[in-house]
Design a protein around this ligand. Structure first.
Ligand code: PLP
Length: 398
């Protein structure tokens, strides 16, 4: 008999996006003449920039030649990309990271999910609520105890340090879904907590490229001592529109240690390297060349233009909603706008009203966790025209 991992039975079914899709489909069927504007999904809409396309085409031609053919590549990523990451994402910000502390992957989702492999089941895990569901579900799958850290307007969307000791802490800033950030001094508290408690911070910086304000850390390693306590996840998905292309990386500094039951120190970089070599074949050469091209002068400029356009949409949404009398968070260092739903309504009731009365689709905050109830997420990833139209509708509606 093959016994299953019963932890999977503890997972809550995720009905969020399927329920949204069903509601939208039903409304469209009953109201075929209405133009629905979707500001709900977290996917980007702008195509891959020319600099990355050029790099991919070149790589495609290269592998069609005997000299340029690439078979199995290094599991950790090609040196050219790891070098470009070290130079551009770290050295340029005054952070020293070694190439062998970088592991190139096919997604921050997979990295956030897979990293639990190298940690014991009895670690206590702290997760913010509301949250990007991958951290929660992957830890439920592997049977860990979860402590929730509420992030709401009451604490200014800054999670408070846990009262009881935890061993692993997931932080995501700029945050999905709330669009809020931590300042350097806020993040330092977490680094200090992790040091005092021999805990590990799993820092998801997938939206780092959207930071516009000063004193907001682009990397947790901007905080002194973080290399001893933090793993960092980065992704090209939202930065460079790679949601379909697939490329990301994780940083595991060599100074980072885990412990055996007997209290012996073990390098997490070594463990992750072993896991990567065993379970992963690396990202395709063509895609890694595309990721490298995001750091070329041309690539940087083209990508910045896209990010600027998304941030302009965010501004249109934020300011428009404020004018319409809503209380709004995020949208300054993030493509996400998190709004408080009007008194007397819950997140799903607001979803229905918005769909039926102004034909706009967003995401109910309660879908991201209990403390997301009473909030609603809109995204800046739509077209400018649709964003403007959606906000005009909401203003006229209110
Ligand atoms: N982390 C956060 C917070 C996200 O919102 C997302 C995607 O929506 C990811 C990670 C996934 O990134 P990737 O496309 O690299 O898997």
């Amino acid at each position: 008999m093959s016994y299953i991992n019963e932890n999977f039975l503890k997972l809550q079914d995720s009905y969020l996006f399927s329920t949204i899709a069903k509601k939208v489909a039903k409304y469209t069927e009953e109201n075929p003449d209405k133009k629905i504007i979707k500001l709900g999904i977290g996917d980007v809409t702008k195509p891959i920039v020319p600099a990355c396309l050029k790099a991919m085409h070149k790589a495609v031609d290269e592998i069609g030649t005997t000299e340029g053919f690439k078979g199995y590549g290094p599991e950790q990523g090609y040196e050219f990309l790891r070098k470009a990451i070290v130079e551009n994402d770290y050295k340029a910000r005054g952070i020293t990271i070694q190439e062998d502390e970088i592991f190139v992957s096919d997604g921050a989702k997979c990295d956030c999910g897979n990293i639990v492999d190298i940690f014991a089941q009895n670690n206590k895990v702290a997760i913010t609520d509301p949250v990007y569901p991958v951290y929660l579900d992957t830890n439920v799958m592997s049977g860990r105890e979860i402590t929730y850290l509420p992030v709401t307007a009451e604490n200014n969307f800054k999670p408070e340090l846990p009262k009881e000791k935890v061993d692993m802490i997931y932080l995501c800033f700029p945050n999905n879904p709330t669009g809020t950030i931590l300042k350097k001094e806020d993040l330092k508290k977490w680094v200090d907590y992790a040091k005092e408690n021999q805990a590990i911070i799993l820092y998801d910086a997938a939206y780092e490229a959207f930071i516009t304000e000063e004193n907001v850390p682009h990397s947790i390693y901007e905080i002194e001592g973080a290399k001893e306590v933090a793993i960092e996840f980065k992704s090209y998905s939202k930065t460079a529109g790679f949601t379909g292309v697939r490329c990301a990386y994780v940083v595991i500094p060599k100074a980072l240690k885990g412990y055996t039951k007997e209290g012996k120190e073990v390098s997490l970089n070594k463990l992750w390297n072993r896991r990567t070599c065993t379970k992963f074949n690396g990202v395709s050469y063509i895609i890694q060349r595309a990721a490298e091209a995001t750091y070329s002068e041309e690539g940087k400029r083209q990508i910045q233009e896209n990010i600027k356009a998304y941030l302009e949409n965010a501004k249109i949404i934020k300011e428009g909603l404020e004018e319409a009398g809503f209380t709004v968070y995020g949208g300054i260092n993030s493509p996400y706008i998190w709004l408080k739903v009007p008194e007397g309504m819950n997140s799903w009731e607001f979803f229905d009203k918005l769909l039926e009365e102004v034909n706009i689709v967003g995401t109910p905050g309660s879908g991201f966790g209990e403390h997301g109830e009473g909030y609603f997420r809109l995204t800046a990833f739509g077209t400018k025209e649709n964003t403007i139209e959606a906000i005009e509708r909401i203003k006229n509606w209110r």
